[in-house]
Design a protein. Structure first.
Length: 558
């Protein structure tokens, strides 16, 4: 049987062949759905190739608008500063701007990619040519048509390595000219108003997944982050009424804009994000008082607290979200770089028990990880033994490195589970005879310095492909490489993996990367998180997204 893309072209044979191997394996099914849909298969086709029926989902075609079925919804969420999306390093900012700044594609909880501002796309069998077809009839909220030129301009912005904090340059590294730090000249063309052709110098299977990540919001011509609130031009159905970091944000429906997906979303007239800080006790108190209708995410014992409240629904999902307890190899402390020494890094790993970190840090609501940041949810994953826990060996190795008397400062955010995980890590280090002091900082300090602390904890979200995380976080000199690690062998294996469509071959390449990461003691990455949030009965569209997304247009009362 011939399986076709949305545009009627045959899917690559290698993907078709992988369907047989994925039918009886839940992890491989998720990867297959992501890969098949990223190569242009519709959700229905991808599921049919597995012999399954696709889940019911709202239509994304244009239809006549319908009246809002509810006046407002109130959501607990930390409210972060907004600005240039390509420099966002926290998804909360994107959840606000998502009201008016939309995406070319979206990533769904089942692992599939859905077209949004794109109508469909094709990837050549060698993954070196992407054909993107723009959804017809889309306009910016100032009435200007949305065209292929807008897509091409945004890709060029993403490839600008000179833009401060631009992590999209890492996602689109294959298109960045190493000499200029800009989009490769001639790589992106627009043969007509609704078609974009992207020619790559080498294969890369991750670009569609990169387009769905939260810093990939599509901005208009002349976009200026300094006045984006005064002139909030976008293609989405909402406008910002106010955004006050640390306090709250409000979106109001833009009834003067004919949204491309009218009738299938934008049911709420008003969406309010309420920042209640990082203490989940305040979320529970607000829920009991009827001041919120939805939580963004809830951890630890407060999952049970919300579970005992009448009128609230629990939503949960297994993810590749995690935490890293990482030394920064480039960071200076008193004129030295203590974490440049692999013995110091290995000692930190040996001193920590991932089982204890999961129990004390996350109340055992997750699965153990192996210190290499590739999840069992990714079929690139190669199982490795759990990391060795040997406090005596850790103490001896630290002494061998001449660091027996050094005091490590472990920094964390002042919240619940991240603070608890860091507290448990510090206790384990002390038990191993390693000196450590804890520093807990408020969000305003932590969020602006998270990559620069010499020794700290950071939470990382789920991404569809393991190679995405490696390219963002561990490739040499990337914007989000908070580890200060650079390894040419790792970079070469990762580049080959990004160009490899066959899952088994890619797994072998990523397995090499996993071993390098762990052998060099790059990080302690102790567990994978099961995520929970809660919604009041009757609210739809607020279920926990695997990537922490809140999609304003999907919220509705039922």
């Amino acid at each position: 049987m011939s399986w076709l893309t949305r545009s009627g072209r045959p899917l690559p044979r290698s993907i078709v062949e992988q369907a047989d191997h994925a039918r009886d394996d839940g992890v491989s099914r998720r990867e297959f759905l992501a890969l098949a849909s990223s190569f242009g298969a519709s959700t229905a086709t991808a599921y049919a190739m597995l012999g399954l029926s696709a889940p019911a989902r709202a239509d994304t075609g244009e239809s006549e608008p319908s009246a809002a079925n509810g006046a407002a919804v109130r959501i607990q969420m930390e409210v972060r500063p907004v600005g240039d999306p390509r420099s966002f390093d926290w998804f909360q900012a994107a959840n606000v701007t998502r009201g008016w700044l939309e995406y070319l594609v979206t990533y769904e909880n089942d692992g599939t990619f859905l077209p949004q501002l794109l109508q469909d796309w094709e990837i050549s069998h060698d993954a070196r040519r992407y054909t993107l077809r723009v959804r017809p009839g889309v306009t910016w909220n100032n009435g200007v048509p949305f065209t292929s030129a807008d897509v091409a301009r945004n890709i060029a912005r993403w490839c600008d390595k000179s833009a401060p904090g631009n992590s999209m340059a890492g996602r689109f590294a294959v298109l960045v000219d190493p000499d200029t730090g800009q989009l490769i000249d001639g790589a992106v063309t627009t043969p007509d108003d609704l078609t974009v052709i992207v020619n790559l110098p080498r294969a890369d299977i991750s670009l569609i997944a990169g387009m769905a990540d939260y810093p990939a919001a599509i901005v208009p011509a002349g976009f200026d982050p300094d006045n984006m609130m005064e002139a909030p031009i976008g293609t989405g159905p909402y406008l910002p009424e106010r955004v006050t970091p640390g306090v709250g944000a409000v979106l109001v429906r833009n009834d003067s804009h004919r949204w491309w997906n009218a009738g299938n979303g934008a049911w709420m007239e008003r969406i309010e994000f309420i920042d209640l800080g990082t203490d989940p006790a305040s979320y529970a108190a607000a829920a009991e008082a009827g001041r919120i209708d939805m939580t963004h995410s809830v951890e630890g014992d407060f999952v049970e607290v919300f579970g005992g409240m009448d009128g609230w629904v629990e939503n949960d999902i297994i993810t590749a979200a995690t935490i890293v307890i990482r030394p920064n190899q480039k960071a200076e402390v008193d004129g030295t770089t203590p974490y440049a020494d692999v013995r110091v890094r290995r000692a930190l790993q040996l001193a920590m028990s991932n089982e204890i970190l999961l129990e004390l840090g996350y109340s055992d609501r997750g699965i153990l990880a192996e210190n290499h940041h590739i999840s069992p949810l990714h079929p690139e994953y190669t199982a490795m033994p759990l990391p060795e826990y040997d406090p005596a060996a850790a103490r001896a190795l630290m002494a061998e490195a001449g660091m027996a008397d050094f005091e490590h400062e472990l920094v964390s955010l002042d919240d619940n589970w991240r603070r608890n995980t860091a507290d448990a890590a510090a206790a384990l280090l002390r038990d191993a005879g390693i000196n450590v002091r804890r520093t807990i900082v408020p969000g305003a300090i932590y969020w602006t310095n998270w990559m620069n602390f010499p020794f700290s904890t950071t939470d990382w979200g789920h991404r569809p492909l393991g190679v995405q995380t490696y390219a963002l976080a561990y490739r040499s000199d990337e914007v989000w490489n908070e580890f200060g690690w650079a390894n040419a062998e790792f970079d070469a294996a990762l580049e080959e993996a990004l160009a490899t469509l066959d899952i088994d071959k890619r797994r072998a390449l990523v397995g090499r990367c996993q071993k390098l990461l762990r052998d060099e003691g790059v990080t302690v990455q102790p567990f994978w998180r099961r995520l929970f949030n809660h919604t009041v009965e009757g609210l739809s569209g607020g279920e926990h997204h695997i990537g922490f997304e809140i999609r304003p247009a999907e919220l509705r009362w039922v």
